[in-house]
Write a protein that binds this ligand. Structure first.
Ligand SMILES: *Cc1c(COP(=O)(O)O)cnc(C)c1O
Length: 411
């Protein structure tokens, strides 16, 4: 969609506001399915936590996607969006046995990522098929914070504990229907991914009655010019061929599953803010927008880069700005950014704001969470109202501190 259309949305719906371009989501979905067109059975399960608005989930449903969920609430959200239980996989980390049982009761696919829960679940429910999350101990990313495959990671069951898994499976007679890995965000190197996949294939051979192998996600999308992007087409070609060979060897056409979040929704999103004030200091010029890390925390949490564009003045002279928010904390969105000259009241657009942006928003400073708009068929549709003051007070319970009459104490 065009920046002029975004500008109109900021005028019509106010700011701050998140805008998602449905066409871009569809494009990414088809790009990924197309890259794996040579695999007989392919299943994409969109990772709900990236962007969990129910209209976005319905869009994915219309595309034929399943969903990947990490909490019982995300499971319920998926069901509310119309997904069938079998189109939902529950891939939590560190949740209680009872939460997994609750999901199993709803009929969704279960993915277990620790030995203790596996043993307890298998003992109580030997007839419920279970997928196992393996940690292949491969770091497919650059940033240690978001590479979850290393040896001391809290995610998955270590590849070195396969004998223990097998003993539990044998003792409980439980049915393992899938093998899963998710090596964390930001796969830079296809060879590293393929290497981890070999470990998964080796593991899969140990289980005789699988239906699927789930390769997780971590596909990288460019956040700024010159960023590396996962070459999905090349990965598709190489992994498909290897997967098909494996299925022959295994003697069954298994489903190849992925669970991307960022790849599918990141680039579809724009976050629109108004500039409240332009402030000169001795060393820089601040542009202060009507938002903060309460609405978009990735730059402060992970040091993530989001391009920032002045869509009110696209042809203006470029100057250097430090873009900050209105929260009473340091909330720098971008340092020393070259941006077309900013006047108070201009609309700044944060690019790539589809994944892990609204879904991480909070009410810090008692601010409202932003509205969300879906751009679909050349029309702006409101898919989440901006919060109101009632939302701030909704679950708060007021204690009455007015002076009370003395109550006689009985002996
Ligand atoms: C978060 C998550 C994903 C999605 O990761 P992206 O980097 O957004 O693609 C997939 N699988 C699991 C288990 C996750 O926790």
């Amino acid at each position: 969609m065009l920046d002029s259309q975004l500008l109109k949305i900021a005028e019509d719906f106010g700011s701050p506001v998140y805008v998602y371009d449905a066409e871009k989501i569809e494009f990414q979905y088809h790009r990924l399915t197309n890259a794996f067109k040579n695999v007989k059975k392919l299943k994409l399960n969109y990772a709900v936590k990236a962007l969990s608005n129910i209209s976005i989930l319905k869009l994915f449903k219309s595309l034929g996607s399943g969903i990947d969920t990490v909490s019982i609430q995300e499971v319920q959200l998926g069901l509310a969006a119309g997904f069938l239980p079998e189109q939902i996989i529950f891939t939590p980390n560190g949740v209680s046995l009872s939460e997994i049982e609750e999901a199993a009761k709803l009929g969704v696919k279960i993915n277990i990522d620790n030995l203790s829960i596996l043993e307890q679940f298998g003992t109580k429910h030997p007839n419920v098929p279970v997928c196992i999350r393996i940690n292949p101990h491969v770091m497919a990313g650059g940033n240690a914070n978001i590479s979850v495959g290393h040896i001391d990671s809290k995610f998955g069951i270590s590849i070195h504990q396969i004998p223990h898994i097998l003993r539990i499976v044998e003792n409980t007679k439980m049915h393992i229907n899938g093998i899963h890995m998710h090596t964390g965000s930001d796969i830079l190197d296809i060879e590293v991914f393929l290497y981890a996949s070999e470990i998964l294939f080796e593991t899969a051979k140990q289980f005789k009655d699988l239906d699927f192998i789930d390769f997780g996600s971590g596909f990288k999308v460019p956040y700024k010019a010159g960023d590396i992007e996962t070459n999905i087409e090349e990965l598709g070609e190489k992994l498909s061929a290897r997967f098909n060979d494996f299925c022959k060897e295994y003697g069954k056409d298994l489903t190849l599953a992925f669970e991307p979040g960022k790849f599918l929704v990141s680039e579809s999103g724009s976050f629109l803010t108004h500039v409240n004030a332009v402030k000169q200091t001795t060393s820089t010029v601040f542009a202060q927008v009507d938002s903060g890390f309460n609405h978009l925390i990735r730059p402060m949490l992970y040091g993530s880069h989001h391009d920032i564009v002045n869509i009110s003045n696209p042809n203006g002279r470029e100057r250097f700005y430090t873009v900050v928010g209105y929260i009473c904390e340091t909330d720098t969105f971008g340092n020393n950014r070259r941006i077309n000259e900013i006047t108070e009241g201009d609309v700044l657009c944060f690019r790539n704001a589809g994944a892990y942006c609204f879904s991480m928003a909070s009410n810090y400073n008692s601010r409202f969470k932003p509205a969300e708009v879906l751009w679909y068929n050349n029309e702006a549709k409101l898919i989440r109202k901006r919060e109101t003051f009632e939302d701030i007070l909704k679950n708060q319970v007021e204690v009455d501190f007015s002076p009370k009459k003395k109550v006689a104490v009985s002996k």
